[in-house]
Ligand binder design. Structure first.
Ligand SMILES: CCCCCCCC(=O)CC(=O)SCCNC(=O)CCNC(=O)[C@H](O)C(C)(C)COP(=O)(O)OP(=O)(O)OC[C@H]1O[C@@H](n2cnc3c(N)ncnc32)[C@H](O)[C@@H]1OP(=O)(O)O
Ligand SMILES: NC(=O)C1=CN([C@@H]2O[C@H](COP(=O)(O)OP(=O)(O)OC[C@H]3O[C@@H](n4cnc5c(N)ncnc54)[C@H](O)[C@@H]3O)[C@@H](O)[C@H]2O)C=CC1
Length: 719
């Protein structure tokens, strides 16, 4: 787990050998401790270099070990021994030095980094803090403001920035390890006391309290209810106000609190869930590691509306040439201006030049003869989409992949009108498509493994988190959203207000409650869908029986809001009122209060006090209940995929781990019991009826979420 060799006759070279990221697992910590002992006790050795195999210094603690009790030597004494040693130790940083890996570098007396290396303390993103001395050493090395920013955000920095901040001593374009050996030889005999970071005094700014207060306000605003950034600030305060040994004690206490909070488990679950989601499988046995994606050099996007523009930007900025198609000259010109503006702003932000030369705009599908892949993003209208796919089928070469960005229509029905159903799949982006990280890759029953591999790999290339899902109405994300939104409006009928429901969800951790979010997205979108599916509109008999449509409870309040021309932020009125159209500051609107009161009295509904607990349970348990049904139906391969979809597509709070992880933490038995209770109270809401899988899991002793797959295995899978 670490190789020891003597180089240049007097330098002990310790190479961490724990692929893929040289994480500090128990055997690695053990090997470092033993190697250091050997180097310090060998009189031939005058200096030490620590590096990592395969061009990666160290990715930090082995996160998998956090799930169990500590085994092997604890990290802190191993690090302390390096710093205290009487021979100079140089860290040769290539690839990454993250978390415990960065802390390992901080105890070395010198740090040499390769110009492409990235450094950081990402612990906060795992719900913890740098607890192997990082929160105490970094402020001593670079001062409070810079350390505070790095520790509370977990941001990775470049070697150049690390040099500027004084974290590394030298940056090289050459082999960092060889440079470090030369550097180590030159350091022999030089005094080490000023190189021991723990011995430095933290440079303390005069306005320390104000600085920490401002940081506290900032993190509270950015990450509602998340404990780790606040603990990071307290640890940095300790570095500023306490001697090193006391600061270490404080760091350790804060770490223990975070570890026992449940939030750390949720964050760490998210880390692995995100990586698991890329590992797709199809019923044919084809999967991520046995299917080859095609390389996509050119693509076309049809429709330059809200979604199409963002998709064009996502493709062009990773070097794919794009032909963008619209139906009318004016719309094409408008789309062109928008896309160019978006690409230019994006390039400016990233400090690169905009790849405008990759763009072509046309009104004719005939121009798509030679593209490798097409993404259709026209209106959500099956007849229109079928016409487009038939046309594409004729125009594009037979090997071109045809994808649709539909948010819920039958991908296989579209495949069926083409001459290449195996090359058709869904690529469901989220709005705004150039910003949102999620991509649902919809696998139709006839999509080939190469098609899925290509869509997944293209998603990755565009920087998306891609999740393979089955072909059912709404796929995974939107299918689950419907019962969640329904519950929110049922709660309005029963006595709650939009403000109350939003506050409960925001206190839970969502950046925006369901009504504020709907105002942002636009209320007309859902209204159009409801009209098209016959749930509302002039032809629907809304009185007979009232508040029931297509056999189930139906809440017409969202339709009534839309009938008043209130489409959300863009019209300056929605569930809330805004000072002017486009404004984002939502204020409670007395007209909505009136509407709700009139509605309740018309239907003889006695409003009742609804607790925040009921809001959370009804909205989120029903969300997860649909997730269980999706797993039963084989439309998602595992609960982790559902959670990743909700984390990246619907901003589910990360410290709750996603809807499926959240209910597993609440306890499946309790969730089942509450769903049964609510279903009894509202028998006309089928989504409240506990799913068979939830019942099965409870009957099997409520296994942890990572084990659910074993119970789903026997069921029919579309993935
Ligand atoms: C009271 C005292 C207590 C003291 C406690 C001390 C506590 C600490 O010491 C604190 C810590 O370090 S916490 C860990 C901090 N490090 C990180 O957050 C880095 C996590 N990794 C990354 O960012 C990327 O993998 C990275 C940028 C490194 C590489 O990205 P890539 O895209 O190239 O590769 P991935 O697909 O992300 O990863 C490849 C495989 O490696 C697994 N992995 C990565 N980092 C890991 C890590 N740190 N621990 C365990 N497994 C890790 C990853 O899951 C993936 O596995 P497979 O999916 O199975 O291939
Ligand atoms: N808006 C959203 O938040 C999301 C929408 N989607 C899906 O993306 C698709 C597009 O939605 P939006 O961009 O919101 O719609 P949009 O109404 O903003 O844009 C659609 C565009 O397609 C163009 N178009 C229509 N027929 C065309 C044709 N035959 N050839 C070329 N262009 C044509 C229209 O002129 C319009 O500019 C829909 O299937 C929708 O369900 C998916 C995810 C999120």
């Amino acid at each position: 787990m670490a190789r020891y060799e003597l180089v240049k006759r007097s330098v002990a070279l310790i190479t961490l050998t724990n692929p893929p990221v040289n994480a500090l697992s128990s055997p690695v910590r053990h090997a470092i401790a033993k190697s250091m002992e050997r180097a310090l006790s060998d009189p031939k050795v005058t200096a030490v270099v620590i590096c990592g195999e395969n061009g990666r210094f160290c990715g930090g603690a082995d996160i998998r070990e956090f799930a169990g009790p500590l085994r092997g030597p604890p990290l802190i004494p191993v690090l302390d021994a390096i710093e205290a040693g009487r021979k100079p130790v140089v860290a040769a940083i290539e690839g990454v030095a993250l978390g415990g890996g960065f802390e390992l570098a901080l105890v070395c007396h010198y740090r040499i980094a390769h110009s492409k290396a990235r450094l950081g303390l990402p612990e906060v993103t795992l719900g913890i803090l740098p607890a192997a001395g990082g929160s105490q050493r970094l402020p001593r090395l670079i001062g409070i403001p810079a350390a505070l920013e790095l520790i509370t955000t977990g941001r990775h920095i470049s070697a150049q920035e690390a040099l500027k901040l004084g974290i590394v001593d030298q940056v090289t374009d050459q082999n960092a390890c060889e440079m470090a050996v030369e550097f180590a030889l030159k350091s022999v005999g030089k005094p080490l006391s000023s190189r021991r970071v723990s011995m430095l005094t933290t440079p303390c700014p005069p306005d320390l309290d104000a600085l920490l207060e401002a940081a506290t306000m900032q993190v509270k605003k950015k990450a509602r209810g998340v404990m780790a950034p606040l603990a990071c600030i307290q640890a940095v305060r300790a570095a500023a106000t306490m001697p090193f040994s006391k600061g270490m004690k404080r760091e350790s206490e804060l770490m223990t609190t975070l570890f026992n909070s449940g939030q750390a488990q949720a964050f760490q679950y998210c880390f692995f869930a995100q990586r698991t989601a890329g590992k797709w499988t199809l019923p044919s046995g084809a999967q991520w590691n046995n299917s080859k994606p095609r390389e996509i050099r050119s693509a076309a996007v049809i429709g330059l509306g809200t979604m199409g523009r963002g998709i064009v930007v996502s493709l062009a900025r990773v070097g794919i040439s794009v032909i963008a198609v619209e139906s009318e000259k004016k719309l094409l010109e408008n789309g062109r201006q928008m896309v160019i503006g978006m690409l230019e702003r994006d390039a400016k932000r990233r400090g690169v030049s905009a790849s405008l030369n990759l763009l072509n705009f046309t009104l004719s599908l005939q121009d798509l003869k030679d593209v490798d892949l097409v993404i259709e993003a026209v209106f959500e209208d099956m007849a229109l989409k079928k016409r487009v796919f038939q046309e594409l089928s004729k125009v594009c070469r037979p090997t071109t992949l045809l994808c649709t960005n539909t948010s819920g229509l039958d991908v296989d029905a579209l495949a069926g009108v083409t001459n290449r159903p195996h090359l058709v799949a869904g690529m469901h982006f989220f709005s705004p498509a150039h910003v949102m990280k999620l991509l649902e890759v919809v696998c139709g029953p006839r999509s080939s493994s190469e098609t899925i591999a290509t869509a997944m790999s293209l998603g990755k290339k565009m920087g998306k988190v891609s999740v393979a899902v089955g072909n059912c109405p709404g796929f995974v994300g939107n299918r689950m959203l419907k019962p969640y939104l329904d519950q929110a409006t049922f709660l309005l009928e029963e006595g709650a207000t939009p403000e109350q429901i939003d506050k409960a969800l925001e206190d839970f951790g969502f950046a925006m409650g369901v009504f504020r979010m709907s105002d942002l997205a636009g209320l007309d979108v859902g209204w159009r869908v409801r009209k098209e599916s016959g749930l509302t509109g002039p032809d629907v008999d809304s009185k007979n029986p009232p508040r029931r449509r297509q056999g189930h409870r139906y809440c017409p309040i969202p339709d009534m809001v839309c009938e008043q021309g209130r489409f959300g932020q863009k019209t300056g009125r929605g569930w809330y009122m805004y000072d002017k159209p486009g404004d984002t500051n939502a204020k409670p609107d007395p007209l909505i209060q009136n509407l709700l009161e009139t509605y309740r009295s018309r239907y003889g509904i006695q409003p009742r006090n609804i607790s925040d607990q009921e809001i959370i349970e009804r909205c989120l348990f029903v969300l997860a209940n649909e997730g269980f049904r999706i797993l039963e139906d084989g439309m998602a391969a595992r609960p982790e995929d559902i959670d990743v979809i909700y984390l990246f597509g619907y901003a589910f709070p990360r410290h709750r781990g996603g809807p499926m992880f959240y209910v597993s933490m609440v306890g499946l038995e309790r969730v089942l019991e509450r769903l049964e209770y609510y279903h009894q109270a509202h028998p006309d809401v089928p989504h409240l009826e506990p799913s068979a899988l939830l019942k099965k899991l409870v009957a099997c002793g409520s296994p942890p979420v990572q084990k659910w797959r074993e119970y789903i295995k026997t069921m029919h899978s579309h993935l």
